[in-house]
Design a protein around this ligand. Structure first.
Ligand code: ZN
Length: 263
């Protein structure tokens, strides 16, 4: 991290500590350290030199589906692949002044699941956010679901071939990040709960193929259900999507701050 940013972060940390005693009861004031931290990252991002830009954290955003794979479709025909790319671009807008941001797909084409994690790995991303919408058999199924990869109970195949101990197996690569991914997922839950239109369900660890192989903290967010007509309408509303993207960006800032504060 550039010296300027470290200096600024240290100042923020010191200020945040002093203020802690006074802000315990006020939820808006509680957010001050994160707000200040985001502003510092923003200013640092705007004022960055090429060398500083090299050191910015990299966020890979993965818009689910694409091409012939439409994903879930709503009653009006609104496809998940279009929803995910819209949210991904809005999130990129929210982040790009303080992080390096890369999308696994920037247009309407197909990418296999393992190509997504591979792309994040070859970018050496610090965080991967995979965006989807949910689809339920029942019209009433709805809300926001946030997942991270469940650690498998068997340790078989932890390494590829017995002689290649330095090559971790694709299937277990993400497991090393289970705790960090859980923390990231909880930040998303906490912030997304501040909007009132969509229920936010408890974070769950699930054995999803999408995250396997990602060599960094990674989560999947299903931001509403397109099969639910009320939610489909909401998920087409640009204003709502903007607020959703802003809350996701805030969650990433909080996670980065939390990791930075770890001993
Ligand atoms: Zn999906």
């Amino acid at each position: 991290m550039p010296i300027l940013i470290i200096g600024l972060i240290n100042q923020v940390k010191a200020t945040a500590k002093k203020m802690k005693k006074f802000i315990k009861k006020n939820s808006i004031l509680k957010k001050l350290p994160v707000i200040i931290f985001s502003l510092v990252l923003m200013v640092a991002g705007i004022a960055q030199t090429p060398a500083m830009a090299e050191n910015l954290l990299k966020i890979v955003i993965d818009p689910g589906h694409g091409g012939l794979d439409h994903g879930v479709k709503g009653k009006t025909g609104f496809a998940e692949k279009n929803f995910t790319i819209t949210v991904a671009r809005l999130l990129e807008e929210n982040l790009k002044n303080r992080y390096k941001v890369v999308l696994t797909r920037s247009d309407d084409y197909h990418l296999a699941l393992d190509q997504r994690a591979s792309a994040a790995n070859s970018e050496k991303a610090d965080i991967m956010i995979s965006i989807h919408s949910c689809g339920g058999i029942r019209l009433g199924t709805g809300g926001i679901f946030i997942y991270y990869l469940k650690v498998s109970e068997t340790k078989e195949g932890a390494f590829l071939n017995s002689g290649a101990a330095d090559r971790k197996d694709w299937a277990t690569l993400q497991e090393a990040y289970a705790e960090k991914s859980r923390v990231l997922a909880e930040k998303f839950k906490k912030n997304l709960k501040t909007q009132e239109q969509l229920t936010v369900h408890n974070v769950r660890a699930v054995p999803l193929a999408n995250l396997k192989g990602a060599d960094m903290p990674a989560i999947i967010i299903e931001a509403g259900c397109l099969t639910n007509p009320t939610e489909e309408k909401l998920l087409k509303d640009k204003g709502f999507l903007n607020s959703l993207a802003a809350l996701m960006a805030e969650s990433i800032d909080e996670y980065v701050l939390a990791m930075d504060q770890q001993p």
